[in-house]
Design a protein around this ligand. Sequence first.
Ligand code: TRP
Ligand code: ZN
Length: 881
Amino acid sequence: MSQTDSLVEEVVEKNPQEKHLSDYRPSDYTISTIDLVFDLFDEKTKVQAISQVERVSESVTPLFLFGEALTLTSLLVDGVNFTDYQLVEDGIVINNLPASFKLEINTEIDPVKNQAFEGLYKSGSAFCTQCEAEGFRRITYYLDRPDVLAKFSTKVIADKSLYPFLLSNGNQVDQGDLENGRHFVSWVDPFPKPAYLFALVAGDFDVLEDNFVTKSGRDVKLALFVDKGNLDKTQHAMVSLKKSMKWDEERFNLEYDLDIYMVVAVDFFNMGAMENKGLNIFNSKYVLANPQSATDQDYLGIEAVIGHEYFHNWTGNRITCRDWFQLSLKEGLTVFRDQEFSSDLGSRSVNRIANVMTLRDHQFAEDAGPMSHPIRPESVMEMNNFYTLTVYEKGSEVIRMMHTLLGEEKFQQGMQLYVERFDGQAVTCDDFVAAMQDASGVDLSLFKRWYSQSGTPQVFVTDHYNSDSQTYQLTFKQKTLPTANQKKKLPLHIPVDIELLDVNGNSIELAPGKTNRVLSLTQKEQTFVFEKITTRPVPCLFRGFSAPVKYQYSYTDEQLLDIMSFATDEFSRWDAGQSLFNKYLIQNVKALNAGKEMTVPIIFIDGFKSILVSETLDPSLISDMFTFTSENGARELFDQVDVDAINKVRGFMLNEISTQLHELFVDTYLRHNQLKAYQPDIDDIAKRKLKNLALSFIARVDKELADKYVTEQIASCNNMTDHLGALNAANIGLLPCRATVMQDFDDKWFENGLVMDKWFVLQASMPSDDVLSHIESLFEHRSFDFNNPNRLRSLVGAFAQTNSYRFHNIDGSGYKFLTDQLIKLNSQNPQVASRLITPLIQFNRLDAARIKLMKAELNRLLALPDLAVDLYEKVTKALAQ
Ligand code: TRP
Ligand code: ZN
């Protein structure tokens, strides 16, 4: 007993080590069952874990179990007290064990002290858990690795009046009352699972119940648990869940497997949501919505995340990862599936555009920065640092490319084979690709390089038209620049989906009945020849963004405008508009630096005018066409980034577009401002999106009119989308009404943290040079809570990410501000700190003065005596650049 007491305090690792994919070894021991008993108390929860353990290695080796922040109270082997063990820094080593035995471990943990929100913790008055990636080791000593799959049973004991609901994975098998006002509920999950999928929740909730009959006729009970008083905000999540279950049956032939599916919404959560078997735990942001408190984007986000976690039941839970380096096996695939779900239910092009914006604005920068890694990383210090845009979003692009190369039918055959082969197992990305290849007969051996190579490939395209032979040639050169983690790069297998437009804007048939063709670019340089092309065509490249690359072709303005108007693929039309904007952005930065005048030519204005007045285009797509490259995205266009010039030029161009098209924006605003009852359906969402976009353009140049519209819109609107759209315009234009409408909103919503997050985001993204002093005063705001990750991301995260021009203020104040917050957060919630630090480590291509300031702040972090490994990994990698 006495030797364990000293291990209560958390151990700080001084020089954390990297773990390598190549070091993977199967476990020496397996666990077939684990029976857990939780006796829940705020500061001292008792956990009993009884596991059936088998040795599988040939030789007799000690059993190492991971454990962190645990107090061991007893250890028994086959029911007898056992003392032949050592507690070590990150777990326990148990010696001289038999080949097969029952291991009982009793520990105590402190859920209230746990502000890292990993393991068992309290969110408000409820107990909940978060075990992915390596949080279960904060609950008990265990083989906390994804390739150890056990059947879990869980008995939860707690005070009955405070915690009427006691939930865990699987099916409820028992319940009853105990002494002292306590009660218990027992659960059994029949599906073996790794510990990261374990979940427990205890609390008092409002519950929305429903049911879903699967295609084979099984009746599944659905239950959504939310904080009391929030039942009026649960309907959309439930509808989304049922849509997800239906969609996965229809498109992927995958059916739900338990008798019950539960979702719990909590306010304190580090990420979006978690797919624990049969018991998803969600950030309340991705559950709660009604028209008054949630925007259209919130509605869409809820649908996507509910879908994502549900889809994990097969791609993640039934088939899981062998080790954490394989994370993209479940995440890339599940993101692909949730993107397809959203695209099938809504607009495919609008979804595609949103996903590409995320890649270009954020993932490309990650892949060029100090944390650059392949979608299957090869070395990791802190696993929580690898839940990245690369693993998730680029990972989903890699799945999407396979879908493009195989086609839907063969891709689905590959999925069926994958499920047949690997159900109930912990497998690798190679296993997935092998199933795809075996089922389709398509050779993916070269394609697999996408799993091991980091960095965004660049593709340079040139062409040649020969009118005599009527042949057209497209030549592609691919190149990936060295990245921090990997110097040497190889050619990749890049699918290039193309269309050729003739002089009249009609698409040229490239195969019988086909106007597009998917070229397989596999070499460093490769030429494709097209026969019987009667006039010089305009090439429309990377339709639907068929590969996550940066591509370049010297388009004339006229060619881009042709693609904007005539391409079959709506994504390509949008992308041509982006290219046109980028072309002048680059040109104007040069002009500005040369002391010349900046321009937005009339041909540009006219082209976009015809988009704005279009009666046939989806208003949502029109709105996206006017959502021009962000400042973050713009940095990707330059070898040497001039933060100030990009901000000036972008502002100039947007104002110029506002001025030139002012009447049309007013017309667009008025035309779409006539909706009656709120419906979050695709048509109305599109109209509101375009209307509020028009308002934001008006607010740039006609403050008086915008002020009037904003005030009227707030007075008359019946939904959060329009209320926030008006506030956003007031914020962008710094309109006279801004202070008043912001205060009114605050007075109306200050008790609702999720709604106030939108307000904090606006405050943090205010385009004003004193924004920072403003933000600092908001730390004292009645709705702010430094311990709540959502609040923190809305105020601190939004400033650093979306107000990046001011974050990068050359006086260094933005860097210092962020670092101050990270220092406060470091010991308490390193996971969130490590996500917020992102813009401070991505200084590649910035000017020397800024890099120096950023490095000084990183050194301030490095000097902390207790710097968390999460931050240590990023800080050291950034400083090594
Ligand atoms: N697996 C979760 C998902 O669906 C991600 C996640 C939720 C997570 N909470 C986490 C990852 C905490 C790491 C830590 O994508
Ligand atoms: Zn996921």
